[in-house]
Design a protein around this ligand. Structure first.
Ligand code: NPW
Ligand code: K
Length: 499
């Protein structure tokens, strides 16, 4: 097995996939055994978070399904360790009976959601466990559940979601109205896709996976970790020269606005310093900033041989820009299309439909909406949106966001896990394009190059944000450290310990 095949990242699964995997396991195990595994794992995480359990106040928010059962059984385990546990029931008539009995046996207190003491119970708890809704939830939280989520948000305790924060769609991360704001989510059997994408990402907090013995099909959506990205960044070998490490050509910026060309070229150089070529009207600015680049103010065809192109950031949308875009897309090389080039491409999508080499489009939500398949906007399901545009154009789509999604025309997708809100800054997209273009030139398939680039970009952002507000140029400066970070400290134990 190759290094790349081994480093496939963490699988992310939908609620339907988890349900399908649960069925045979439920049939093959004793009744209630899976719930006991879930509750034991949940209680272990809560014990770790609480530290000393004796006398600590724990509030359970309990819904009508098995998610509530998990919370009650875990609460019984915490009560047995000396915690003062109170269960707030959304519906006292419909609650997991054996789990409620277990909590009562362990000395837990039970009160209905409408009782007078609920507000104090939830807001003064040291830990609030959200067992209102799991993968069986749908639509926005109903009012009693929404009220409890609000109390937990205003309380002082550690907030822990059981399987999924209530109100978050487990498969898409979408939220309609209120949701439980979790500092931690303890999830069972598989990491649900909705915990890492869309609004779900910030509501889930830190995700803890408890193994309950589920056997899932190979995931079609994955998240790369540092070692997975390292496996995609082949370091130069002894026999390499400046041409053999992958040469990227950059078409970005303009004479009036050279910044995008400078940032994009710099990011490519800092990712794969072997050789970067630049062709465009920001040539003077790029030459001054990056004497290491080979620069021409001519057309792409004048730049010399490259293995991949980046086209678009800050290049404008005039006739000259349109003709340059058409020239680059007519090559049989991988091309990354960003910013102004996306605006032009949305008017002429046929330019990419029949390309044989990889094409990586990197839209933000606004640019996404300009394409036919993107009309109506990205919507609540960001993975489905990226897949839709990729399938329509036969391309790879990197949809930027808090958790960037990269999807291929065949449905293979990655959700990025690194980054910081500080990345929402002018010019950071130009940097991402330079990184991804440099990786495309090394021969990585577009979906892999996009996923690895998003990860590196987020890591560079995290490193830069340690010093406060970041500028796009700070990302470029931090890229070598981000590359070093994903490779790890190495055998000698030297290197930056990271953020
Ligand atoms: N299966 C297994 O082996 C294992 C499963 N496990 C656990 O089970 C969980 C799945 O359990 P589940 O299927 O019982 O569904 P669950 O998420 O508890 O919710 C269903 C209830 O919610 C209600 N409801 C729905 N929408 C709502 C809304 N918007 N606002 C308010 N209420 C709403 C709905 O009510 P109804 O619509 O019927 O009135 C229904 O009664 C899973 O996430 C994991 O924690 C683990 O123990 C491991 C083993
Ligand atoms: K929950």
């Amino acid at each position: 097995m190759t290094e790349l095949a081994r480093s496939r990242g963490i699988g992310l699964h939908t609620a339907d996939e988890v349900r399908a995997a649960e069925e045979p396991l439920l049939a093959a195990t004793a009744p209630g055994a899976l719930m006991q595994r879930a509750a034991a794992g949940l209680a272990t995480v809560c014990l770790r978070l609480l530290g000393d359990t004796y006398g600590r106040r724990v509030a359970l928010l309990v819904g009508t399904g098995n998610n509530g059962g998990d919370a009650l059984f875990a609460g019984a385990r915490l009560a047995a360790r000396g915690a003062r546990v109170s269960a707030v029931l959304l519906d006292a008539e419909r609650v997991h009976g054996p789990a409620l009995a277990a909590l009562r046996r362990a000395g837990g207190r039970v009160l209905p959601a409408g009782a007078a003491g609920v507000e104090a119970t939830v807001t003064r708890a040291d830990l609030v466990l959200d067992g209102m809704l799991g993968i069986g939830g749908s639509g926005g939280l109903r009012p009693p559940a929404a009220r409890l989520a609000g109390l937990a948000a205003n309380g002082a305790g550690i907030t822990v979601a059981v399987d999924v924060p209530s109100g978050v769609d487990a498969s898409t991360g979408a939220v309609e109205g209120a949701a439980f704001p979790a500092m931690h989510t303890v999830t069972f059997g598989a990491v649900k896709l909705g915990l890492v994408v869309g609004e779900g990402r910030s509501l889930a907090g830190q995700v803890h996976l408890v193994d309950i013995g589920l056997e899932l099909p190979a995931a079609t959506v994955r998240q790369l970790a540092d070692p997975d990205v390292a496996a995609r960044l082949e370091p130069p070998s002894a026999g390499d020269d400046k041409y053999s490490q992958g040469v990227v050509g950059i078409v970005a910026g303009s004479s009036a606005y050279p910044g995008a060309g400078v940032l994009c070229t710099g990011a490519a150089l800092r990712t794969r310093p072997g050789l970067v070529r630049y062709a465009g009207t920001a040539a003077d600015g790029v030459r001054a900033a990056w004497p290491e680049a080979i620069v021409t103010d001519g057309r792409p065809g004048d730049a010399g041989r490259v293995q991949a192109w980046v086209v678009g950031p800050g290049m404008g949308t005039d006739d000259a820009a349109r003709s340059v875009l058409a020239e680059v897309l007519a090559t049989d090389l991988p091309v990354l299309v960003d910013a102004d080039a996306l605006t032009m491409l949305a008017e002429q999508p046929e330019l990419v439909r029949n390309r044989t080499a990889g094409t990586l489009l990197t839209p933000h939500d606004g640019e996404f909406g300009r394409f036919g398949a993107g009309r109506g906007g990205v919507g609540a399901d960001r993975v489905a949106a990226a897949r839709r545009l990729a399938a329509d154009l036969g391309c790879t789509v990197l949809l930027k966001g808090d958790a960037t999604v990269v999807a291929d025309a065949d449905g293979t997708a990655f959700v990025n896990g690194t980054g910081t809100p500080w990345l929402a800054t002018a010019g950071t997209g130009d940097v991402l394009s330079g990184i991804a273009g440099a990786l495309l030139a090394t021969g990585l398939p577009a979906v892999e190059a996009g996923a690895a680039a998003a990860h590196l970009h987020g890591r560079a952002g995290q490193l830069a944000a340690r010093r406060g507000p970041l500028l796009a140029g700070d990302l470029v400066r931090r890229l070598p450290e981000a590359v070093g970070r994903v490779h790890g400290p190495g055998p000698a134990g030297l290197g930056d310990s990271g953020p």
